[in-house]
Write a protein that binds this ligand. Sequence first.
Ligand SMILES: [Zn+2]
Length: 383
Amino acid sequence: MLSIDTGYITRVLQDLVRINSVNPRLDSSAPGEAEIAAYVADALRARGLEVAVHEPQPGRASVVGRLRGSRAGRSLMLNAHADTVDVAGMDAPFSGEVRDGRVYGRGAFDMKGGLAAMMGAVKALADAGRPHGGEILLAAVADEEYASLGTEDLVTRYRPDAAIVTEPTALDICLAHKGFAWFEVTTRGRAAHGSRFDLGVDANMHMGRVLADLDALERDLRARTPHRLVGPPSLHAATLAGGSGLSTYAASCRLQIERRTIPGERRDAVAGEIRAMLERQAARDAAFDAAFEELLVREPFEVAEDAAIVRALADASTAVLGRRPAYVGQTPWMDAALLAGAGAETVVMGATGAGAHAMEEWVDLASVHQLSACLAEAAVRYC
Ligand SMILES: [Zn+2]
């Protein structure tokens, strides 16, 4: 078994938490990823990796370190996002304090613990004389918490055979997550004085019909066969705005819908269900007029249990942990879908902790050390 430098990993994790890397798209006063990227780049260079920094937008830096193996083999990307959500209301968001075997602070769990474990894994491989083949790419990416600028950029530059995303999973192996689609529906009416029912067309009332249809669709989604790891699809009416004043017929009403998708659902079919619903309303009433727009689609993710990277990680984890990790699914979207979409066989495994996007966040230090050993062993087996 490779020897993991637990002291190094703890120090790196504390350093990472102490660097403010709040996503500037979530808090306009936040600094972005430049400082944390410089820290990771220096640390990887000190371990002998070749390092590249990519900046798809100024200040939004991702770092990729390359550790070549001692023989030919496959390439594996270890991927973690370096940005965090905001720190509003937190007592000591950048303390990095260790208490009772936990490291506290914003990002400790989501997901600087994963990043520190990756850095510990490449150190173990470098210290052991690069016992792996092919190459290991360590990617610390920007902007996962908003629009995934970082991974979207990296998949155009690197073509690894496989990827492990170290989002937190409590040391289980995540084989699937949900996707999502954001849609906007705008009903158009005709403004008129509130007394002139003969002239006005009420866009808000027409949106009511859309909402009733969506409510029925939502119930139907729950009745469909759920995915074995991530459950059923769902939707909700996320934001709603219509009308301009009490004495005016509403000229327009705008609804934003979030639809959560499961592996196997097709993007055009998901949008098509809502389009068809609007067409049926228009066929029923000539005054009904609605526009449909697709705002953003992020695909769901799934990998087979017998994929080579999953087998390598499961075998490595069994050896390290002394138990076989469970196969699980998660509901939130992750960069895993982008990597898989670009052709890398992808799986997710991360540390134990709590408080992602919450007021108190911590990661279990022992789980970060164990994760690091699992990653290093998986790299030797896979590459
Ligand atoms: Zn995350």
